[in-house]
Design a protein. Sequence first.
Length: 187
Amino acid sequence: MTTPRRPFAPYKFTGDYAPWAFRQHKAKSQKPLRTCVGGDPLTSYFNNALVRQALHIPAKIQPWADCSDIEYVEGRKGSQFVWEALKGKVRMLKYSGDKDGNVPAFGTLGWINALNRKELSPWRAWLDAEATFGANQVGGYFWQLDGLDFATVHGAGHMVPLDQGKRALQLFNNWMAGRDIDPNWSK
């Protein structure tokens, strides 16, 4: 049995990374992609008369709707062309919170796989250097490819530095300085 090239346990969320997700959706259906971002509390808040007044929204503007049928037009590979154009010129790090419901790590891995980059260092856990609940807490996972590094931050949603500030700082500072993300790796 062969090990998959991208060892990452898939899980389902309400979205994926574009353009990969839109190609998948388009292949399955010709219906517009239905996007939802907040839920009923957000809808109620934005349609509240006092909030609309505070935001200077004229009465002639329709109420805000949480979900909409948007006909997405796939552009020139979305942002993927940037990653291809900068390969070999600039060190690049892409990171995702492992609890991100907007752009899940699994969706990001979909387009990273499409880049077909050579693996330099296999997918591995990195430990939180300042774990609140004891030593050896997984801070996330790190994967190094030719021209692109990818990291996940455990316990973080879409706003990684806000959700897991210490872990994000450890990841960014060590990556920017060219050091191992996890100081234990070099021991």
